[in-house]
Write a protein that binds this ligand. Structure first.
Ligand code: UD1
Ligand code: CA
Length: 247
């Protein structure tokens, strides 16, 4: 996949607490099929041919740096939200002019092919692309709100959504790709007037639309974008990937 046309830098978010893992081991260091969750993400980035990656870390970061001594990190002292987390990587990307791919350290199975599809959807008139999926159970995921032409208008978080918005089946994986020179100015505009009082990365979609930009949607397989929030989810994911043929 190193024939990839846009130059890609990845920002991998891993500053969340992971309090439902029931152990002191950092969430992204829990093994899945024999290697840490974060190693799955980094290996797929290598297959993609990403130019560089920055992992955003917070509490428990010494565990991450001792497991991955050469890792480029950015520190988020307080977990103020996903938009704020991505902003922590801005200094490291000051000289970077390509596509920034935002990934989660606890979403281990996004393939290089899917990453490339998302990055390729970014174009000169489309500075932002969002990876959506249609889960069987929409749970607490953010929903992708489209207009009558089927174009993405904004993302609404489950906690902020109306009953009609909660009926939308197309969900946000959280993974986005954006042109660096557009991404950071959009992030600077994000506020925290919402149900959780956090700086939501998802708000950059509505902000980009207000600025007259197009936002692309790429759909992924639900299994690929499954995240790990608990030991039970980790066990479920492991069972699924070790037994890929199911009926
Ligand atoms: C996020 C998305 C939601 C999407 C869901 C997919 C936002 C506002 N919402 O919600 O639309 O459906 O993911 O799973 O983005 N993190 C940090 N620093 C922070 C906050 C989070 O590094 O300050 C990291 C976490 O470690 C995690 C990732 O970002 O890896 C996502 O955070 P999480 O709190 O799980 O987001 P959700 O509320 O699930
Ligand atoms: Ca989550």
């Amino acid at each position: 996949m190193s024939h990839l046309s846009p130059t890609v830098a990845a920002v991998v978010l891993a500053a969340g607490q992971g309090s439902r893992m029931g152990s002191d081991v950092h969430k992204v260091l829990h093994p899945l099929a024999g290697k840490p969750l974060l190693a799955h993400v980094l290996d797929n980035l290598e297959a993609l041919g990403a130019e560089r990656h920055i992992v955003v870390v917070g509490a428990g970061r010494e565990q991450i740096t001792s497991a991955f001594p050469d890792l480029a990190i950015a520190i988020q002292e307080e977990q103020l939200g996903t938009a704020h987390a991505v902003q922590m990587a801005a200094p490291a990307l000051q000289d970077f002019a390509g596509v920034v791919l935002v990934l989660y350290g606890d979403v281990p199975l996004v393939s290089a092919t899917t990453m490339a599809r998302l990055c390729m959807a970014v174009a000169s008139d489309t500075p932002l692309a969002v990876l959506g999926f249609r889960p069987e159970d929409t749970r607490a995921y953010g929903r992708l709100v489209t207009n009558t032409d089927g174009e993405l208008e904004r993302i609404v978080e489950h906690a902020d959504a109306t009953p009609a918005e909660r009926a939308i089946g197309l969900c946000n994986s959280g993974i986005v790709a954006a042109r660096a020179e557009r991404l950071f100015p959009l992030l600077a505009q994000v506020g925290c007037d919402n149900a959780k009082g956090e700086y939501y990365l998802t708000d950059i979609v509505g902000l980009a639309r207000q600025a007259g930009h197009r936002v692309a949607t790429v759909e992924a397989d639900a299994l690929e974008v499954m995240g790990v929030n608990s030991t039970q989810e980790l066990a479920e994911l492991e069972a699924l990937i070790l037994q890929p043929v199911r009926t």
